[in-house]
Each structure stands twice: as structure tokens, then as C-alpha cells.
Design a protein around this ligand. Structure first.
Ligand code: NAD
Length: 416
């Protein structure tokens, strides 16, 4: 039943489709279904009120055949081992699709950061880092930000890791602030990659970006930056939303002003001159481009038929279920899947890691030029498979990613 789908059932179904299309040997398919290692930790900290608080966290390392594990850390009340496992698997395919030398991992802590103070979050992050210390590291597994974690969180991870090792190791984590080895352009990179994919898709549709209407679900790092970049490229942002709700304005919104409003009030809703809408309505907004940039399982069998965009570019990981994929494909929507559309984030993370390892600092122009080249190449690689296989972009991207990973596993061989 569609309603019962979780991120993991979706990820496993996607893998099944790719394995079938690739004619993968059953043993390889079985191996890829499971993470190489999952570590569950219980993170106990002193809360500001003096009481003890215990939070369950994990780090899941899916596959490292192509290079060290890489993936974000999520703080959210709905984090589960299954969800993090799905996200780790998607990281494996994503790094392979954009062809960077990483495997896939993800971490998470089940907590509500909105109800915690900055001091509590710092203690939580440092304690969690100490608990996963043995399985992370610059050549082992390199964390990065995800939902409700940011550059400050990464700085705490870097400091904790460095304190344990006895010297400064900026390359142990990416998405750091510029002052401690972060890369120019990292904060906007995921969104820049999403918009580059939108631009490439628009070319195929003959859609002009100037004046094209855009709806964005989620107004965090990925959503707000995507709205900003699309706006600066001439698109008209007509709807945005966050966990509280959304707003719509046919005349177009100024994303910078909405960002200020959200920073002041805590949400995008109740912005003067706009109509408040629900997140469900946002997904069904008539627009040229829809960018889901919040959480998983947002476009499902229940609402896919009502999506009225010409392009859907997934800023979020796993926003669309496999059944909804089919519906969007049949409707002729140009659907750019997560493992391609949002791979700009991990690509810029890779650039940050390379800069840290070589003790270099690249300019913003250099980062963005390299990022754009890699995104366009990945887009074209996936598009080529789409045409060859007569499949949707998701299946093509999965075939490319899963194919490259299984090739690496075969080449390495099984030890012993
Ligand atoms: P974030 O914490 O900065 O922002 C999340 C946003 O989603 C917030 O505006 C929040 O209010 C909103 N949100 C939460 N629940 C919602 C709901 N039910 N409906 C609508 N909005 C909701 O997180 P982020 O880094 O922007 O990540 C967003 C998505 O992008 C996630 O799926 C993440 O895995 C994916 N992603 C992030 C990066 C990155 O570099 N940060 C890279 C690749 C993919």
C-alpha cells in the first residue's frame, strides 16, 4: 500500500527496478540492499535545566567501494534507523551519478532541535561525535550538514574530532564555516546544482527561464537558496512553504524579503500581500517548475496526478514515491530525481575536502565553474541513458549510479 511506504521501502524498490534493468546478479543486488555498517548510539547530555537527556542517534555506512563514505547528519524528531539507511543508500548512488570518489553514508539523531538551546545542541553534537569517532575520519567517513544541522554543527564536529586526535583536522567534515576551512559556495551549492538541472531540463522543453513560475517546498538551506538563485536568473517565485505552511502570490515573491520575514517570525506564512496555503496546495500549484526541498514522501500516488508543473526538480532526498514517479512520467513532466538534482551539495563538499587535503582555498568563481561543469556532465550522462532505455530520469540515474557502484565492487573483488 502506498500509504505505508517509508523512505527505506522506496529506496529498496528503486534499487530493485535498477537491478532488474541492469540485469544485476542476485548476489550483488542482495549486497547493495544492506549497509556495510550501522552504528546505533545513545547520546546522553546534561540539559540546561540540570536534568539528563538521552537521544538515540546512528551513523549508517552503506557502501565505500568507490571511496570514503560521505553523507550528512540530520537532527529531526522523526529520524529512524530505516530513514537514515535509505538516505545513506541514496548517497551511494548520488556520488556515483556525479562521479566523485565517495561512497554513501548518513547520520541522524532523533531530537527536536527547535526545542533545544544552542548550548544543548553543542553538547549533543560533541557527544554524538565522540560516540561515532571510531568510524569517521577524512579517509573513512566524512559527515556534512542535512536537515536542521548547519555550518556551526560541522565546526563542533571538526573541533571535537580534532581535540581527540590532538591536532586540527578540517578535512574530517565538510559544510564548515569559511573561518575553519569551509569552501566558498558550499552553502548555496545544492541549490545551484538544482537550478542548473532546471535550466538544462528547460532547454529540452523549450521553456524560457525568464518569467517561468516556480514553487518551492521547504525554505531551509536548499529551498531558500534555490528560490534566490532562480529569482536572480529571472524566474518568478510564486509559492514557497516551510513546516508551518506556505504562501502564494501570482505576481511573484521576493525571496530575499521572505527570508527576512522567516528569520523574524519563524515561518514564511502570513506575509503581506500573499495568500496562505497548505503544503499540499503548494505541491499542486500551477507553475512551470516545482522544487520539493523539504522531506521524504511528499509526492505520492494520492497527489501526483494533481501536480501541475512542467519540471519537478528534487532538492530534497526521496520526496517522490515510485508510484508517483510513474504518474509524473505519464503526465509528461520533466522530473529530475534527487540523486542527480541535489548532487551539487556533495560535489561542493568534495571540493571542500580536496581543498582541505591540499591546504588550498579556491575562489567562488572556481568552485561554481567546476560545480556547473560536473552538474551539466551528470545531467547529460543521465539524459543519455534515459533516451537509450526509454525510461524516466530516476531509473536512468539509478542505472548509472548502481551500475558504477557494482562495477567498482566487481573490480575490487571480494576479500577474503
Ligand atoms: P534545512 O533544515 O535547512 O531546511 C528544511 C526546511 O524544510 C525548513 O524550511 C523546514 O521548515 C522545512 N520543512 C520541514 N518539514 C516540512 C514539511 N513537512 N513540509 C514543508 N516543509 C517542511 O534542511 P536542508 O539542508 O535545506 O534540507 C532539505 C532537503 O534537502 C532534505 O531532504 C535534505 O536531505 C536535502 N538535501 C540537503 C542538502 C544540503 O546540502 N543541505 C544536500 C542534498 C540534499
Amino acid at each position: 500500500m502506498e500509504e505505508e511506504q517509508t523512505a527505506l521501502t522506496v529506496a529498496l524498490e528503486q534499487l530493485r527496478i535498477a537491478a532488474e534493468k541492469l540485469n544485476l546478479e542476485p548476489g550483488m543486488h542482495e549486497m547493495l540492499k544492506h549497509p556495510k555498517r550501522s552504528l546505533i548510539v545513545s547520546v546522553t547530555i546534561r540539559m540546561d535545566n540540570g536534568e539528563m537527556g538521552t537521544f538515540i542517534g546512528c551513523r549508517v555506512q552503506h557502501n565505500d567501494a568507490r571511496g570514503p563514505f560521505k553523507g550528512g547528519i540530520r537532527y529531526h524528531p522523526s529520524v529512524t534507523l530505516d530513514e537514515v539507511t535509505a538516505l545513506a543508500m541514496w548517497m551511494t548512488w548520488k556520488c556515483a551519478v556525479v562521479d566523485i570518489p565517495y561512497g554513501g553514508a548518513k547520520g541522524g539523531i532523533c531530537c527536536n532541535p527547535k526545542e533545544m538551546t544552542k548550548d544543548e545542541l553543542e553538547r549533543l553534537t560533541r557527544r554524538y561525535t565522540s560516540l561515532i569517532l571510531d568510524v569517521i575520519g577524512p579517509y573513512r567517513d566524512v559527515p556534512a550538514p542535512d536537515v536542521y544541522t548547519d555550518a556551526q554543527t560541522m565546526a563542533w564536529i571538526m573541533d571535537t574530532y580534532s581535540q581527540f586526535k590532538g591536532y586540527s583536522i578540517p578535512e574530517c567534515v565538510t559544510g564548515k564555516p569559511l573561518s575553519v576551512g569551509g569552501s566558498e559556495g558550499r552553502a548555496e551549492a545544492t541549490s545551484l546544482g538544482v537550478v542548473v538541472c532546471v535550466r538544462e531540463a528547460a532547454k529540452h522543453l523549450g521553456l524560457k527561464l525568464k518569467g517561468a513560475t516556480v514553487a518551492v517546498q521547504g525554505y531551509g538551506n536548499v529551498g531558500w537558496n534555490a528560490a534566490k538563485i532562480a529569482h536572480d536568473m529571472g524566474c518568478k517565485i510564486v509559492a514557497v512553504s516551510d513546516s508551518v505552511g506556505g504562501i502564494y502570490c501570482a505576481k511573484g515573491l521576493n525571496p530575499y524579503k521572505i527570508y527576512e520575514h522567516k528569520s523574524r517570525t519563524g515561518s514564511v506564512v502570513n506575509y503581506e500581500g500573499c495568500k496562505n496555503i497548505t503544503n499540499e496546495e503548494l505541491l499542486e500549484t500551477k507553475c512551470d517548475i516545482l522544487i520539493p526541498a523539504a522531506l521524504e514522501n511528499e509526492i505520492t500516488k494520492a497527489n501526483a496526478a494533481n501536480v501541475r508543473a512542467r519540471i519537478v526538480a528534487e532538492g530534497a532526498n526521496g520526496p517522490t514515491t515510485p508510484e508517483a514517479d510513474k504518474v509524473l512520467y505519464e503526465k509528461g513532466i520533466f522530473h529530475v530525481p534527487d540523486i542527480l538534482a541535489n548532487s551539487g551539495g556533495v560535489t561542493a563538499s568534495y571540493f571542500e575536502w580536496v581543498q582541505n587535503l591540499t591546504r588550498e582555498h579556491w575562489t567562488l568563481e572556481e568552485v561554481n565553474r567546476k560545480l556547473e561543469n560536473m552538474m551539466v556532465k551528470a545531467f547529460n550522462d543521465v539524459y543519455k541513458v534515459t533516451k537509450q532505455e526509454e525510461s524516466n530520469m530516476r531509473t536512468a540515474a539509478l542505472m548509472l549510479g548502481v551500475g558504477r557502484v557494482s562495477e567498482a565492487i566487481k573490480t575490487l573483488g571480494l576479500w577474503p
